[in-house]
Design a protein around this ligand. Structure first.
Ligand code: HEM
Length: 313
C-alpha cells in the first residue's frame, strides 16, 4: 500500500516530459511551414514547431512519409484511405501533404513523444487512435444532447493559466447527483469524451497545445464511489491515456479528503509515469487550493469558489 501522506510528485517542472515539451529553441532547427527545407536563419511560423529537437524533426519526417501506409493500415476496408485526409481535433491531416499545415506537425509530434520517437510504436498508436475515433463515433458524441439537469454543472472551461493554456474544471464533488451522472456509464463516457474534444478543439496547435485539468472532489466520501463511478473513471482514464497524447500540462485533484488520498494510487497502473508526474493532489480548504492553483494560474483567472477573482460557478 502506498504512503497516503505523500500523495503525488509535485515537481512537475523537473520531469522529462516538461523538458521535452519545452525543448530550448537553441537546440532546435527551424522548419518553414509548407516546405521541407530546413533553415536556422528564417523565423518559423509556429512557435511550437520551433521547439522540436533535431531528433524530433528526423522522426517527424519519417512518420510523415509513412502516413499513407499508416492510414491504409488503420482503415483496410477503405481502398482510398492512403489518400483520404482525416480531421483530428480540428486539424486536417492530408497523408500526402502533411507539411502543408504546421499544426499537423504539432499533432504528429504528440504521438511521437508519447512513444519516445519510435516510428513503429508511434504508427501503432496512431492506427489505434484513428480506429478508436471511428468506432467510438467521436463526431456523434459531439452532436449528442446530454441532459442539462445531470451534466449542466459538472464541467467548466474557465480562464487560462499564466501561459494562456485553457483550464478545465470537473466538479465531481459539490453535491452532484453522482447516481444520475454515472447511472449510465456509457452515456457518461460519451459526455466526458465530448468535453475533452471541445477542450482540445479550443487549442490552436500553434501557440497552445496543452491544457490544465482540475478535478474537484468537494464533499465526496467512500460511499460516493460505487461500481458505476469506478468503472467510468477507469474507462475514461484509459481513453485519455491511449487517445489524447500529450494534451495535459498539469492536473490538480482538489478538495480531496485526507482519508481518500490513497485513491490516487489506484490509478497508477492506468497512467504513464510521465502523466503521473504532472498530477498534484491538494486537500480541502480554500487557502490551500488557491495557493496550489496560483502557482500556475493568476488569481484573476482562478474561479471565485477557490478564492480567486475569476468566473463564479
Ligand atoms: C466519488 C469520488 C470520485 C469520483 C466520482 C471520481 C471520478 C473520476 C472520473 C470520472 C475520472 C476519469 C477521468 C476524468 O474525468 O478526467 C477520474 C479519474 C481519476 N481520479 Fe477520480 N473520482 C473520485 C475520487 C477520487 C479521489 C478521492 C482521488 C484521489 C486523488 C481520485 C483520483 C483520480 C485520478 C488520479 C484519476 C486519473 C486521472 C486521469 O487519468 O486524468 N479520484 N475520477
Amino acid at each position: 500500500m502506498p504512503d497516503a501522506t505523500t500523495p503525488t510528485p509535485v515537481a512537475a517542472a523537473e520531469t522529462p516530459v516538461e523538458k521535452l515539451s519545452a525543448a530550448p529553441s537553441s537546440a532546435a532547427r527551424v522548419e518553414i511551414a509548407g516546405s521541407d527545407a530546413l533553415s536556422e536563419t528564417v523565423e518559423p511560423q509556429n512557435s511550437l514547431t520551433q521547439k522540436f529537437t533535431n531528433a524530433e524533426w528526423t522522426a517527424l519526417k519519417e512518420l510523415r512519409a509513412k502516413l499513407p501506409d499508416t492510414f491504409a493500415e488503420a482503415f483496410p476496408d477503405n481502398e482510398n484511405a492512403r489518400s483520404t485526409p482525416i480531421t483530428i481535433w480540428g486539424v486536417t491531416v492530408d497523408p500526402n501533404n502533411p507539411q502543408a499545415d504546421a499544426r499537423v506537425s504539432v499533432v504528429l509530434m504528440k504521438f511521437l513523444r508519447a512513444r519516445n520517437l519510435s516510428i513503429p510504436d508511434t504508427r501503432d498508436k496512431l492506427v489505434g487512435t484513428l480506429r478508436w475515433r471511428e468506432s467510438f463515433n467521436v463526431e456523434g458524441a459531439l452532436k449528442e444532447d446530454f441532459p442539462q439537469d445531470v451534466f449542466g454543472s459538472l464541467a467548466h472551461i474557465s480562464g487560462t493559466d499564466k501561459q494562456g493554456r485553457l483550464v478545465v474544471y470537473n466538479i465531481y464533488g459539490g453535491n452532484q447527483d453522482l447516481k444520475s451522472v454515472f447511472g449510465d456509464v456509457q452515456r457518461f463516457i460519451r459526455w466526458r469524451v465530448a468535453l475533452m474534444e471541445r477542450s482540445v478543439m479550443q487549442l490552436d496547435f500553434t501557440e497552445l497545445d496543452q491544457m490544465i485539468q482540475v478535478h474537484d472532489y468537494d464533499g465526496v466520501s467512500l460511499t460516493s464511489r460505487d461500481a458505476n463511478s469506478k468503472a467510468a473513471a477507469s474507462e475514461a482514464t484509459n481513453i485519455f491515456q491511449n487517445h489524447y497524447p500529450e494534451m495535459l500540462y498539469k492536473k490538480f485533484f482538489i478538495n480531496v479528503p485526507t482519508l481518500l488520498n490513497w485513491i490516487f494510487w489506484l490509478f497508477k497502473p492506468l497512467v504513464s509515469a510521465n502523466t503521473l508526474a504532472k498530477m498534484t493532489v491538494v486537500g480541502t480548504g480554500q487557502h490551500a487550493i488557491k495557493k496550489a492553483l496560483s502557482e500556475y494560474i493568476t488569481v484573476n483567472q482562478i474561479p471565485g469558489r477557490y478564492g480567486g477573482e475569476g468566473e463564479v460557478f
